[in-house]
Design a protein around this ligand. Structure first.
Ligand SMILES: Cc1cc2nc3c(=O)[nH]c(=O)nc-3n(C[C@H](O)[C@H](O)[C@H](O)COP(=O)(O)OP(=O)(O)OC[C@H]3O[C@@H](n4cnc5c(N)ncnc54)[C@H](O)[C@@H]3O)c2cc1C
Length: 404
């Protein structure tokens, strides 16, 4: 067997986040060899995605990943928009989607668990996939029929690798995207949001809470998302609060006490400050180099669609590459871009932007209209179905399939 030839035929993936690993797993099942180059030494357990939408669970089911996520996570049959001060809410029940998905609910589970399950699946079942941790990609060079990639290994030495295609799954600060010098148009919101976790059992103190709650308070907004043993709280800065002040323990305590006052301080287990960006790269495909996930699009976490959308990219791209490896035209990569980019713009950025804008609203009258509108939608089966198909990312996927 000509190993050099085999090595040249493989796909190189930069980044072993949820999107890079999903792509690798899928390509492995299509019988395509892959090399995954990941800068970090191991899967980081940082506070990032926690919401999985129904179609993502449907897609991952065949690989045994969904059942593991469900076992480790919390099934959230409903989600709410709440007026915290008055206790009023609009609640959406996803069971209404039972004819559209095998998983008519959101699943609350940490993103790092998905990455670990994917890695285990790859290591146990897919010998054609090699994952090299501690390898930070520095640059790449495209040729007519191959791509050379240079990475710095754990010992600091530069190593080069060759593959037939390169997939940039290297996240928001993607070096692959930077080297392609593509415009990453959009904007970044000025404020820094702080995500805090606590073991305080909000559900025992605030009546009728769902597991996912987007809340208005008197002077702003917060969200309360439950995981199996903890609550995650997104805390928005006060007017005029600096980033430094917003992450200070005193500010976090004060904001938690505003949500539910109690005599003892909250046990804050972890915090993560983050900025909100809304951007989509100008082009997903550049000859043999393709972008997926956060490398291609980043959006407000409101509504939980970034990682989900990236996983949907991975499924679409892996199917196209499998057909190319089976002899079909490389033009299929353009179809990947045509099917996924408009959906990121219209269904992910715009929807998450609308979610964010609604919760940032301070005007009482506008909030009232928004809540009444949501309550009406929630209580009308046809309207609720349409709204949940959209916010659960099913409509976007259907629209993508129709693009040829
Ligand atoms: C607070 C917060 C909450 C969120 N909540 C949700 C949610 O509920 N639902 C949802 O769908 N999304 C959510 N998101 C978004 C989600 O976290 C991202 O969309 C997701 O991580 C994207 O996955 P990815 O694999 O594309 O990129 P990443 O997860 O960023 O992975 C990229 C990988 O590439 C590696 N890498 C980077 N550069 C290099 C290099 N040069 N060489 C080698 N490796 C490299 C990195 O180490 C990393 O492992 C949230 C984000 C935040 C910040």
């Amino acid at each position: 067997m000509n190993t050099r030839k085999l090595a040249d035929q493989r796909v190189i993936i930069v980044g072993a986040g949820p999107v890079g690993l999903t792509t690798a797993m899928l390509l492995g099942h299509y019988g395509i060899e892959c090399l995954v180059l990941e800068a970090a030494a191991e899967v980081p357990h940082d506070l990032r995605a926690s919401t999985f939408h129904p179609p993502t669970l449907d897609m991952l089911e065949d690989f045994g990943i969904t059942s593991r996520l469900i076992e480790a996570g919390l099934v959230a049959p409903t989600w709410q928009v709440r007026w915290h001060t008055t206790g009023e809410f609009a609640e959406f029940d996803l069971s209404i989607l039972k004819d559209h998905t095998a998983h008519p609910y959101r699943l609350q589970c940490e993103q790092w668990k998905l990455a670990e399950y994917l890695l285990e699946h790859i290591r146990d079942r897919l010998p054609g996939i090699e994952v090299l941790n501690g390898h930070r990609v520095q640059k790449f060079l495209q040729h007519a029929d191959s791509v050379d990639v240079v990475a710095q290994g754990p010992d600091g030495e530069l190593q080069s690798f060759t593959g037939a295609y390169l997939i940039g799954a290297d996240g928001a600060r993607s070096i692959v995207r930077s080297q392609l010098a593509l415009a990453f148009d959009g904007h970044t919101f000025p404020e820094t949001t702080v995500l805090a976790t606590t073991s305080f059992r909000f559900h025992e103190h605030i009546p009728d809470l769902s597991f996912i709650n987007y809340c208005w308070k008197e002077s702003g907004t917060f969200s309360l998302l439950r995981l199996r043993d903890l609550w995650r709280v997104s805390l928005y800065p006060r007017d005029g609060e600096s980033d430094e002040e917003a992450v200070a323990p005193a500010s976090i305590q004060a904001k938690l006490q505003e949500i539910h006052p109690k005599a003892e301080p909250y046990d804050v287990l972890e915090i993560r400050p983050y900025r909100i960006h809304q951007r989509v790269v100008q082009q997903y495909v550049h000859d043999r180099v393709v972008l997926v996930g956060d490398a291609a699009h980043i959006n407000s976490p409101s509504g939980g669609m970034g990682m989900n959308g990236g996983i949907h990219d991975a499924f679409n791209l892996a199917e196209k590459l499998s057909r190319i490896y089976a002899g079909e035209s490389t033009e299929l990569l353009q179809l990947y871009e045509r099917q996924r980019r408009p959906i990121a713009v219209k269904h992910v950025l715009e929807q998450s932007g609308r979610n964010r804008a609604r919760m940032q609203e301070r005007d009482t009258e506008k909030r009232r209209r928004s809540l009444t509108d949501l309550q009406q939608k929630a209580s009308d089966k046809a309207l609720a179905t349409q709204y949940l198909l959209e916010t659960s990312m099913i409509s976007g996927l259907r629209e993508a399939t129709a693009i040829r």
